[in-house]
Design a protein around this ligand. Structure first.
Ligand code: UDP
Length: 489
């Protein structure tokens, strides 16, 4: 052990390590350093080096340690035997047990342990290098490791000590100050300022404690800012940036015109052609005269070879260009064809069902009535049927059920008559048909209440004569015509 220095605070007010009385040692924090832990932190504070691993919430073992309504928080402070100048004895000691207890209690007010009954949250602290203030350093590191593990907490816990050195109150004691100072006063607090750890070793007056607390508050504030910055760096920054980039990339893709897909290839082709042309020009200048004099000159032969090569390159480039153009045209043609097919399909979907399902079953009835053109007459019938139905629905919603039948009968008569004035033969049939449209109205109105079986019974009870009278019956519910068919059989 080093001898006691003559002075711990120099005449200029600076401490042995050059700090002012209210300064903390430099702090460095790394988060998520242990892959097997749920959360971890490596912290350097001055010459202290602390490693913390957090595990849980996980099933508490032994089972008798489980608590029915809450998680058990376990905190183990361990000082590596190589962490101090004189070898520390491995295993728990009175000191390490005490530090583990007070540190656990420093976290109990903030960890929301009640969310995880019967589980354990384990905090393992390894002091790799000690230089006074290891319990406070360990608490700061544990706070980060707990957050890294995603343990719900009401806030972070920060810790710092103050002490008395050479009769002065100073913040964050180092080893010499701790060993030769007059007092050491470690404190931990939540980010709301609630004190969760308070110990004192030495003698201090109330005024000194008050002054010391002012320094500790300042120190803890600075530490909290460092902790928050580290956590933000890990949990905020990486999430936001890639999303923005991805969105931008997506926009770029969607905005790109199909023809530009080949921009790179097209540029390459142009380059090949340009290179070939340049080569040809340069060489012809150099050797043109020699060839003009003697066609069999060696320069001339070389020139011819190069010209052929250049021409081949040009041809190659043009071929690639043609292929690209053809591909672009083909793609455009395919897209057009797909669009047309989709359009046709949508037309078919809209027009097919009404013609086939609604009109086919009653085709003989239509012929009986003496219609010349199937399609035109059936189209009119569809209109006749559809309009009253729509109004019936509107009316039914407002009027009470008992009054509905009479009211709707009248409505139907009024609605249907004008439609058939031109068809003298059908007018009578239309009037006769109105009572028969009752079941339809009922089934429309009570469609949510009437069981399908009841509807079938109603259809069966209809007189055979009425069924075949009016062409408007054509648009009856297909299920009715089905039950009718069964009845016929
Ligand atoms: N120390 C040591 N050997 C031990 C215990 C502690 O050398 O067995 C040193 C170590 O550097 C530690 C300092 O004494 O940081 C102060 O120890 P203290 O019990 O005050 O706890 P700390 O200040 O580390 O929380």
């Amino acid at each position: 052990m080093n001898d006691k220095p003559e002075k711990l605070i120099a005449d200029d007010g600076l401490r042995l390590d050059g700090r002012h009385a209210d300064e903390i040692r430099p702090m460095k924090i790394e988060i998520g350093v242990l892959s097997r832990a749920d959360g971890s932190c490596y912290l350097e504070w001055g010459r202290n080096k602390i490693l913390v691993g957090v595990f849980g919430p996980r099933e508490a073992h032994p089972r008798r340690s489980q608590r029915a309504n809450t998680a058990v928080i376990r905190y183990r402070y361990n000082m590596a035997s190589f962490s101090v100048e004189d070898r520390a004895r491995p295993g728990p000691s009175r000191r390490s047990i005490e530090i583990s207890k007070v540190s656990r209690e420093a976290f109990e007010p903030v960890i929301m342990a009640e969310l995880f009954p019967k589980t354990a949250i384990d905090i393992f602290v390894e002091v790799l290098q000690a230089d006074a203030g290891t319990r406070t350093a360990a608490i700061n590191a544990s706070s980060i490791a707990l957050a890294d593990a995603g343990i719900p907490m009401k806030g972070l816990v920060t810790s710092c000590a103050f002490g008395k050195v050479d009769g002065q109150i100073v913040l964050d004691l180092n080893k010499e100050e701790d060993n030769y100072g007059e007092a050491d006063f470690p404190v931990a607090m939540t980010q709301d300022g609630e004190i969760t750890l308070l110990q004192m070793d030495g003698n201090l007056t109330p005024d000194e404690i008050r002054k010391g607390f002012e320094l500790v508050k300042k120190g803890c504030k600075e530490i909290l800012e460092i902790q928050q910055a580290v956590l933000r760096k890990k949990f905020e920054t990486p999430v936001e940036e890639p999303e923005e980039e991805a969105e931008e990339a997506e926009l770029e893709v969607t905005e790109t015109e199909p023809s530009l897909e080949y921009a790179t290839e097209a540029a390459a082709v142009e380059e090949v052609i340009e290179e070939a042309e340049e080569l040809e020009e340069e060489l012809s200048e150099e050797t043109f005269e020699a060839c003009a004099v003697d066609e069999e000159a060696p320069e001339c032969e070389k020139l011819e070879e190069i010209i052929k090569e250049a021409e081949a390159k040009v041809v190659e480039g043009e071929v690639i260009e043609e292929v690209i153009e053809a591909e672009i045209e083909e793609e455009a043609f395919e897209e057009e064809a797909e669009f047309e097919a989709a359009l046709e399909a949508s037309f078919e979907e809209v027009s097919e069902p009404e013609e086939t399902e609604a009109f086919k079953p009653e085709k003989p009835v239509c012929e009986e009535m003496g219609f010349e053109s199937e399609t035109e007459e059936f189209a009119e019938e569809a209109e006749v049927e559809e309009e009253p139905e729509l109004e019936e629905e509107a009316g039914m919603e407002e009027e009470p059920e008992l009054e509905e039948e009479a009211g709707i009968e009248e409505e139907l008569e009024l609605e249907e008559e004008p439609q058939f004035e031109e068809e003298a033969g059908l007018e009578e049939a239309a009037l006769e048909e109105t009572p028969e449209s009752e079941p339809e109205v009922e089934s429309e109105a009570e469609s949510r209440e009437t069981a399908p079986a009841e509807q079938a019974v109603e259809a069966e009870q209809e007189p055979e004569e009425e069924k075949s009278r009016g062409p408007w019956k054509v648009v009856k519910d297909p299920s009715e015509s089905g039950s009718r068919g069964e009845n016929d059989e």
